[in-house]
Design a protein around this ligand. Structure first.
Ligand SMILES: Nc1ncnc2c1ncn2[C@@H]1O[C@H](COP(=O)(O)OP(=O)(O)OP(=O)(O)O)[C@@H](O)[C@H]1O
Length: 322
């Protein structure tokens, strides 16, 4: 594919330049509004930019690689989209040390913007972009291996109930309706209730930093690189992109009604007090396996089933952050 971006603000005196990778198939009216505001703010700040719109799922990764192969000095990639777009771009960009990632949150969950970038306000982000060299952070990311396929993740990797919700949401025709009316976040809630009646807890074996453990009735295991998942649920409050560790949360042996109650407390991290059912620990690498056909999600995308390895890759990615 040849790069054919739409160039903007080329004659401005300011030397900041950003490459914008934008979801070319935005589901919501809100995403279009966010894009209009982004263009307005970039013009106000006299930031030069080129726009690349995705044409299909997976395109953002290819675009990121192509930009980074063409421009060999510090290159800011501004993603206009949600966590799915971020996941793709990071997988294209993480191996290039001159890449710097920034995000305008225009998806349904937006956990990257919430937990890593720590800003979702368009005006604030463009302000930081204008002084991007002062706001560049180097963060840890995760790397997973499923069969022979390796992939990075930046938010979390999960096996079980959380992934079953992602699978239902991503395959849902209702998603567009929810997003259209700015209710993108509520689709996760809708499927949470539905999956509660369908999902069957499963046996799980793990090996974390060499220590083996077996669980009986697991609802889910999440390996978190930052605190948030599922569109604002504070699943791993202590997780940090600077500690060189992955934070693991295992929820098991919990009755359905308590499980639902637990989800209500996740918004403020209260679930960790239910220590009979919720275990947390940190590690650098982990192997997880079940014999059941249980889905695996990485940053909200379904990446495999039943068995996966993960490790932390310290200080791997440059990002704009508050
Ligand atoms: N032009 C396109 N046509 C079809 N699918 C696309 C296109 N561009 C991107 N995608 C896919 O759309 C998916 C979702 O996009 P995005 O991450 O912007 O929103 P989201 O899923 O609502 O966000 P979140 O993960 O925060 O809920 C991405 O995983 C990407 O693969």
């Amino acid at each position: 594919m040849m790069l054919d971006p739409v160039m903007r603000n080329r004659d401005q005196a300011n030397h900041q330049f950003v490459h914008i990778i934008k979801n070319g198939n935005p589901a919501s009216v809100n995403s279009r509004k966010i894009w209009k505001e982004t263009e307005k703010r970039l013009q106000e700040k006299e930031i030069q930019y080129a726009v690349y719109s995705t044409e299909y799922a997976g395109h953002a990764k290819e675009i990121a690689k192509e930009i980074l192969n063409k421009y060999r000095t510090r290159t800011v990639l501004l993603i206009v989209g949600g966590d799915g777009m971020i996941h793709e771009v990071i997988n294209g960009a993480a191996s290039y040390s001159h890449a710097v990632i920034a995000c305008i949150a225009a998806g349904s969950g937006n956990d990257y913007a919430r937990g890593v970038q720590k800003i979702r306000n368009v005006s604030e982000i463009t302000h930081l972009l204008n002084e991007s060299e002062h706001h560049t952070d180097v963060i840890d990311i995760g790397e997973m291996q499923y069969k022979h396929q390796k992939m990075f993740f930046v938010n979390s990797l999960g096996l079980g109930f959380d992934a079953s919700i992602c699978k239902a949401v991503n395959g849902s025709k209702r998603k567009k309706h929810f997003q259209k009316w700015k209710l993108g976040k509520f689709i996760y809630l809708y499927y949470l209730f539905r999956q509660l009646f369908i999902f069957r807890p499963f046996p799980l074996q793990i090996e974390a930093d060499g220590k083996k453990k077996t669980y009986n009735k697991v609802w889910f295991i999440v390996v978190a690189n930052q605190p948030y998942f599922g569109g604002g649920l504070k699943i791993a409050p202590a997780a940090s992109v600077h500690d060189g560790k992955l934070h693991v949360i295992v929820v098991s042996n919990i009755p359905s009604f308590l499980f639902l109650l637990m989800f209500a407390t996740v918004f403020w991290g209260g679930h960790l007090k239910m220590s009979k059912y919720v275990e947390q620990f940190m590690c650098s690498r982990i192997h997880m396996a079940t014999e059941e056909d249980v889905p695996i999600q990485a940053d909200g995308e379904i990446v495999g089933y039943s068995e996966v390895d993960a490790k932390v890759v310290p200080e791997k990615l440059k990002v704009i952050s508050k």
